[in-house]
Ligand binder design. Sequence first.
Ligand code: GLN
Length: 545
Amino acid sequence: MSKTKYIFVTGGVSSSLGKGIISASISKLLKSRGFSVTTQKLDPYINIDPGTLNPYEHGECYVTEDGAETDLDLGHYERFSNVPTSQANNITTGIIYQTVITKEREGEYLGETVQVIPHITDEIKYRIMLLANRGNYDFVITEIGGTVGDIESLPYIEAVRQMRWELGKDCVVVHLTLVPYLAAAGELKTKPTQHSVKTLLESGVQPDIIVCRTEKHLSENLKKKIALFCNVSPTSVIECIDAESIYDVPLLMHEEGLDNEILKKVKVKCNQEPDLADWEKFLYKLKNPKCEVSIGLVGKYVELKDAYKSINESFVHAGAANQAKVNVRLVHSETVNDSNAAEKLAGLDGILVAPGFGHRGIEGKITAIQYARENGIPFLGICLGMQCAVVEFGRHVLGMEGANSTEFDKTTGYPVIDMMEMQKKISGMGGTMRLGAYPCRLKKGSKVFDIYHTENISERHRHRYEFNNAYLEKYQKAGMIAVGINEKDNLVEIVELKGHPWFIGVQFHPEFKSTVANTHPLFKAFVKAAIDQSSKKKSAKGKKA
Ligand code: GLN
């Protein structure tokens, strides 16, 4: 395709309608038709990135290959399209203003009055088009965070208006709204959609396609009504009915004709139907499991649906890959202690100890790990989860009482997890960690080597603390082996326990690299180990009976 086309996804009526999933689905559908696509999120908050945001505020912070701390929607984009994102795929109002103000201080505006229009909007447009220029993409999909009518997203909507004016048919605006069902009236209501389109029109943006989130099917008449009130053709009113799984959405959107409608609007001819055979195979396996396992997710944010988003989705991928239903049981780390561990963790076929920052819930995580280690339950520790496994082993196997990470106890006699020398000099918050992809070499003969089937891997990181190599020899002698090493900086990236059925701790975040097309090998193997554990339990029970 000669010229890049821009697809903007806006949202109306309510937040949490799933703009991220719609954007990811569009990207999946266009990619499966053979186009090159990238997906971007514009976030209206003033933080530079979500790295410093509390998960209570914003859910998980997703990390890209190039080490950007980004919105969790980028995780959806990658999981659906299997195309890696980067720093440039997540722009915040904070970044835009910081750039413009820095330019102003450097005198780049030559004495002009610096204003929202054109300076802020120019910077927004530059960031959208930069993505196209860099990757030479056929399509750039830009999701605008927030809901139309929000004061803070106005500059983004204005940038969309300008781009449409300047690029004409190379732009298409997809507006996602809610068509609520009023049980008392027994009817679906279109008024909120009409109002949200009016709000967009006030900013000079006429949507081309309206995607309607709904819990009941939209009749042809209702679609016609929305079309009439919102100045679009009835074929541009797309039903988006509540789905059993987010992974159904690309197929549903294709059935409803969303990708066709987009191609029509930007005048791109494409005779190739999307190739969704692998996607359908994945969904078949997901929906037709042959067995079930229970895996405990031990963390301190378990009451938050989005805090461990990528971990939960990795389990969905790994479940499908094993044709098993993975029931993830959330275990609040603050509630686990020595006297209730057996009861809290009873019946689990695997235990995952989650990443995290700060002291809260640490002792519960350590107790859960001790339980998994002593009872031969498959264990996966991610980042802080791996660090806790090292602390646990130090305290209970090596007899180092009070062993700890210096993140939690600066004066511990056994600092088995400690800050890297290069991190000690950094004082500010945000982007000051070991972030993004780093290479790791696996030891031949280890479990992880068999899992990855290769010696050299690359995984994404987000942490400040590391295994303290001063203790390495002691650990290895006692059976906790460093099986993955970053050779350049001599850092332990993976530990494995000898004599345990499946006990692996990783300093990196495998969950950020699991996609529908490429289930992460560690998650796949972990679920397989949980299945083995569950059948072992069943056959032991059978023998007893
Ligand atoms: N808090 C730990 C560190 O900074 C672990 C971080 C994490 O789990 N992502 O090293």
